[in-house]
Structures are given as structure tokens and as C-alpha cells.
Write a protein that binds this ligand. Sequence first.
Ligand SMILES: *[C@@H]1O[C@H](CO)[C@@H](O)[C@H](O)[C@H]1NC(C)=O
Ligand SMILES: *[C@@H]1O[C@H](CO)[C@@H](O)[C@H](O)[C@H]1NC(C)=O
Length: 425
Amino acid sequence: MFPGLPSRTSVLVAALSLVVTRLSCSSLSAADIPHIAAFFGTKTRYEEVNPQLLRDVFSVNRSVLKPPPSERCSPVHLTAVIRHGSRYPTVKNIRRIQRLSELVRREAGGGSGGAAEWLQDIQSRWEMWYTEDMDGQLVMKGRDDLRWLARRLAALFPSLLSEENMARVSLRTSSKHRCVSSVEAFQDGLQEHWRPGDHEAHTSEGPYSHQVDDELMRFFERCRGYVEGVEKNRTALLEVEKFKHGKEMEAVRRRVAERLGLPQHRLTPDLVEAAFFLCSYELSIKSLHSSWCFLFDEDDAKRSVQLSSVPSRLQEPSTRPDVPPRSTDVPPEPASILVGHAETLLPLLSLLGLYKDQTPPTADNYRTQHGRSFRSGLIVPYAANLLFVLYDCQRGPRLQLLINESPVRFPGPETEAAPHGTRPT
Ligand SMILES: *[C@@H]1O[C@H](CO)[C@@H](O)[C@H](O)[C@H]1NC(C)=O
Ligand SMILES: *[C@@H]1O[C@H](CO)[C@@H](O)[C@H](O)[C@H]1NC(C)=O
């Protein structure tokens, strides 16, 4: 398919799969969007990162592809690591939301003066519509997230994500229901791109051709270094626990309790978090500016999001698995689509040395962290994606990285993950 492709290109594809394999161990108008929508951390909508999509979900900016301008280059491979789309809360949060809504319905409004309009709305009109069987499943908007992303990527890489190539495109996914549904939606999106108007192809009945690969996409459950160093390590998340019970979050709890007219002790930190998530879910699932959002001002939201972003910050694996280099003569597959979780993308980004702040966030330094580059809402919203684009250029292969469809510079050459010979553009 790519005659004359320098074998260096194949080496790079091998290097790329090595980077990914290393993980296996080791539409609203602006006025309708809650003022705190940019602070939802991993529960942020993709549109908050790419607001042009609120006007046109298919808008594609071809100038994001930047092979060296002085050479003739063509893209020969795409590795896309993609997070699942918008989803329902998991059972744990659904139960908290249930408890919160009961508490607010029965006991809120005891403060001074009459209840505010938003509180009346929560108490008299909002209904608890989340049920436990929804448990983290992909919502309709989440299917759209992936269908639309697939159509944009097919428009951006017509020579790679073409119908003729499809048999040679590998699609792998985490076994979680929301990820399997996402990779199916991605394939529906490709069909829609190739055969616009062909409704037979859009029935979302398949046939789908992905493989489930938890060893790769849910490495964080199996990687001993991570499980023992973080998951089962009581001190690894100490800062998060300290922050959750520290003075910043106590202040948020006090203010939310005041707004609700509840005694502070009735509102546990878990319930405050549930209220915050509820605002985010009503937006990402139903595109609603929920009355629950009025419980928080911007400062509260920034503190609350700190909670969800800190534990996601993973340590780099300290050991490198021995993966033998691949044979260099096989032409690369046109694309590899990998669908997983925020926990899949973040360690890979850490491994690449991206979004590393000089001072890591701790329970005590919240006030000096406003300018930090590690902002999970900007990095891993729903349908977040890391795109590694390999070009065959006249003077050799080049690799470009895009995050959420925007070009990103590879960190300095001392970073081991930047393959030798690539000049980031
Ligand atoms: C398109 O992408 C380029 C490169 O990232 C950027 O400079 C430009 O502002 C983008 N254009 C639009 C309309 O977003
Ligand atoms: C547990 O986490 C702490 C803090 O990150 C770290 O210093 C320590 O090495 C970890 N322990 C293990 C057994 O990995």
C-alpha cells in the first residue's frame, strides 16, 4: 500500500506502538451554559475545549496538520487514543445524588428569607430521574460525541480513514460498556461520513469489528506498579484526602449549606461533590443549565474540581517493559483507534512529559495553583483524544501530536518518549 516507504517509517510506527504498549504495564447558546461549566474536570463536555463545535459539530481545521512546510509529506499512519463520550453517573454517584435530593427536598430552605427561585425549582420541579441501572453507561450525547469525532477525523485524514482502508484499521476498546458503545458509535460515524444519506448504514446495528483489549486500555487495573504504588497505597492519595477535609473545601461546604439553608453538619463532603457532579451531568447529558448549578460560585467550582483532578495524576511507571521492536518491513496499518478512559490517557500524557507543572498540586498550595497547566477539564473532557500522526516526508518520517484536535509540541528532546529523528513541528 505504501511502496517505497522508508523502513524508518515502520520503525517509527513500531516506536509509536511501543509508547502505547508501554502502558500495558509498567447545542446550546452561551447564555444557557452554567458559569462553572469549564471547571467540571473529567466531567467537562468536549465542547468546552472546542467551543466552535457548538456552532458546527463537523467543523474541521485543516491547518492543525503541520508537517514540515519545506518538504512534501503525506500522512501514513494515525494512532488515536480516545476517551469514551458523555456518560451517566456510576452507581456510587447515583446513590449520593439520591441522598442529596432527598435531603434538599425535605430540609432545605430553613435559612433566612424566602427560598430563592432556583431552590424552589429544585424542590418543586426537579425530579430524581437517575436510576441505578444507568451505571456509567454511554448516553445519547456520548454516542454523538464519538460519531461526530469520527466524521471530523475522517475529513481530516481522508487517505487514512477511508472506506477502502477499513479492513486494515485496527479498533481496540476497553471492555466497559461505555467504551464498547463509544467504539461502535465511532464506526457509525465513519459510515455516515463515507455514505451520507445511506440510512441503511446508520442503523447503529453494526457490523462492528473492534476487539476488546483490557490489558492495553485498562492497564491501570493490572499494572503492578500502579496497583501497588497508587491504588492500594494509602499514602498515594493522602493529599486528596487532606484537601477534601481541609479549609478550602470546608469553606465550600459552609457556603453551599448556607445557600441551601441547611445546617452544615447535614451536608457531608460527599454530598457537596454530588451536587457539583449533578450540575455537570445535567449539562453533559441533557444540555440543561440546571438549578443545581446555582449552589456554586466560580471559586467553589475551582476548589471542587481540584478534588477530581488530583487523584488522576499518576506517577510515571518506573520500569519499562521489554517489548521487542517490530519487524521493519511491514507497511504500517493506516490507523489504530484505541478507546479507553481518562485513566488511560492521563498516564500516557504523563509518560510523554506533558502538562508537568514545576510544583505538584498538594492540599496546601491550592492558592498558588491557578496557573497550573495540569487542568483535567482541558486535557481529558469526554471524548478527549490523543492523535499521533505519522508523515512520510521527503527527508524521512515525521511525527506530530495533537491533543483534542489541536497541535501540541512534544516536550524537549531529553524526553525519552520523543523518538529519535523526529523534529516536532
Ligand atoms: C486552525 O488551526 C491553526 C493551527 O493550530 C490555528 O492557528 C488557527 O487559529 C485555527 N483556526 C481556527 C478558525 O480555529
Ligand atoms: C506510596 O505513595 C507514596 C506517595 O506517592 C510513595 O512515596 C510511596 O513510594 C508509595 N509506596 C509504594 C509501596 O509504592
